[in-house]
Design a protein around this ligand. Structure first.
Ligand SMILES: Nc1ncnc2c1ncn2[C@@H]1O[C@H](COP(=O)(O)OP(=O)(O)OP(=O)(O)O)[C@@H](O)[C@H]1O
Length: 307
């Protein structure tokens, strides 16, 4: 079973919030969705779930449009954390509802997760903390035993231990049950540790769709100090400056070629070291190039300091 999102566009109040979004979502794949505040992540989820009617485009499950697939909701889990019916419902009522909606819902799994996180069974949704609510959503998602799970900011509000446990649950579900996850998060470090693939949303569109493993084979992050701050032209052309600390430049090359390597070596930098490339670096490189970072790059990379 494969979910295909094709040329999905949604306008709200005459503004295009998501534009021409296309991607295919495979079983067992953990996909991160990243974008700045207001980029349209939640709107994409709502449109995929038909909470919003798309202005154009389709969502298909196994080549069948979901409008013709009445079982669709049973295969995908999504809880809108900003807009759901939970209010002051007791957890028992929420579980009853999910048991009705998802045929494979395993209430025992849900209660066991809740117990593990020391959340009282008698709790009402509105009486729980933000982190506890995030844990409940995760427990509901996994207990639903659906092949596709959408998580909108699942780590928000979780303490560091809960984060690690939730992360492990996601990885285990993908490995053991082949569950596919589509996860939006501003916690790029957490997302980095679990994602096979990352979609970068910018200017309402998916700007990049990266398989992280192959990207890391091709891309490289270098920390370097050039003699007299003279940056080789090829480095300026191919690199993106993501941080400057004194004379130390951190440069990301999305395509690190032999020619770039040769240019770096020929420049005989005072200091040069490869650093691990993180999802945060990738996000900075690809999503933030119209901000002050670029201004910094313009100043530093194009105006070598006087020796
Ligand atoms: N119902 C609505 N009415 C008007 N504008 C809306 C509505 N829903 C979303 N928007 C606008 O669409 C844009 C995208 O919002 P959305 O919540 O999808 O972003 P997001 O990427 O999830 O943001 P964040 O990371 O801050 O949660 C925002 O500018 C928001 O104001």
């Amino acid at each position: 079973m494969t979910v295909s999102v094709s040329q999905l566009t949604k306008r709200i109040a005459n503004r295009e919030i998501i534009t021409d979004i296309s991607f295919t979502w495979h079983p067992g794949e953990i996909t991160g969705l990243v974008g700045r505040n207001g980029a349209g992540k939640t709107t994409l989820f709502r449109t995929m779930m038909m909470q919003y009617i798309p202005d154009s485009g389709t969502i298909q499950v196994d080549q069948q449009p979901i409008s013709q697939n009445t079982d669709f909701a049973q295969h995908i889990f999504f809880v809108d954390s900003q807009d759901n019916f939970f209010s002051s419902s007791p957890l028992t009522t929420i579980v009853d509802w999910y048991t009705l909606v998802y045929p494979a819902f395993a209430a025992a799994d849900f209660w066991s997760t809740i117990q593990h996180f020391a959340i009282p069974e008698s709790s009402r949704w509105s009486s729980l903390s933000k982190g506890q609510q995030a844990t409940i959503l995760m427990a509901l998602a996994l207990a639903s035993h659906v092949p596709y799970i959408i998580l909108d900011e699942p780590f928000a509000g979780l303490d560091v231990i809960a984060r690690e446990e939730v992360t492990k649950m996601i990885i285990d579900a993908a490995a053991d049950h082949h569950t596919a996850f589509l996860i939006s998060s501003h916690d790029l470090e957490e997302l980095d540790g679990i994602s096979d693939r990352v979609l970068i949303l910018k200017d309402h569109r998916i700007m990049h769709d990266y398989q992280l493993e192959s990207l890391r084979e091709e891309a490289r992050k270098i920390q370097v100090v050039f003699r007299h701050n003279q940056v080789p032209p090829l480095v300026k052309k191919e690199g993106t400056l993501i941080r400057v600390t004194g004379q130390v430049l951190e440069i990301v090359f999305m395509h690190y070629t032999e020619a770039v390597d040769a240019a770096l070596t020929a420049a005989q930098p005072v200091f040069s070291e490869e650093l691990p490339l993180t999802l945060t670096d990738i996000f900075r490189t690809t999503a933030v190039h119209d901000t002050d970072y670029l201004m910094g790059k313009e100043e530093i990379l194009h105006e070598p300091a006087q020796s």
